[in-house]
Design a protein around this ligand. Structure first.
Ligand code: HEM
Length: 128
């Protein structure tokens, strides 16, 4: 395909640095959150941060580290142990929206990520 027709990815736009900054801003809020804080492994916040960051880098056009280390994402199945109702979904999205605003990524990246997070988070709801 000629270069001129190739689409650039979100990863091309913001790089490792953009994802790292975004996910750090997200996880900075999680431990102190009354709904989400207790759901995450207290001894492994750095690991959780790395898993989400690497997943997004893979999903948005960067290196495949997540797949190499974790295999197929199967996100809904992996979230089944966590009780995710509408309230937990809304709080996750709220913290991520705050992190996106703080990270101040270029608008096309911000728009695409916000939409992806909103939709994927709704898909993760697994409790009434
Ligand atoms: C809807 C609200 C959500 C809640 C309450 C939630 C909660 C959690 C928790 C408690 C973990 C375990 C932390 C760890 O040790 O890795 C986790 C893992 C993960 N979450 Fe979520 N999550 C939500 C939505 C999402 C969304 C929208 C995405 C994708 C954009 C996502 C992607 C991931 C990934 C990639 C992992 C690591 C999976 C693995 O490899 O084990 N989560 N989530």
């Amino acid at each position: 395909m000629p270069d001129s027709l190739q689409q650039i990815s979100i990863y091309d736009l913001i790089g490792e640095e953009g994802f790292t900054r975004l996910i750090r801003a997200f996880y900075r809020q999680v431990p102190g959150d009354d709904i989400l804080g207790p759901m995450y492994p207290p001894e492994d916040f750095p690991g959780a941060e790395q898993r989400l960051r690497d997943f997004l880098i893979f999903r948005f056009g960067g290196p495949q580290r997540y797949i190499e280390q974790r295999g197929h994402p199967r996100l809904r199945m992996r979230h089944n142990p966590f009780a995710i109702n509408q309230q937990a979904r809304d709080r996750w999205v709220q913290l991520m929206d705050t992190a996106l605003t703080e990270a101040a990524l270029p608008k096309p990246a911000d728009d695409a990520l916000r939409e992806f997070f909103h939709d994927t988070a709704t898909f993760m709801i697994n409790r009434p």
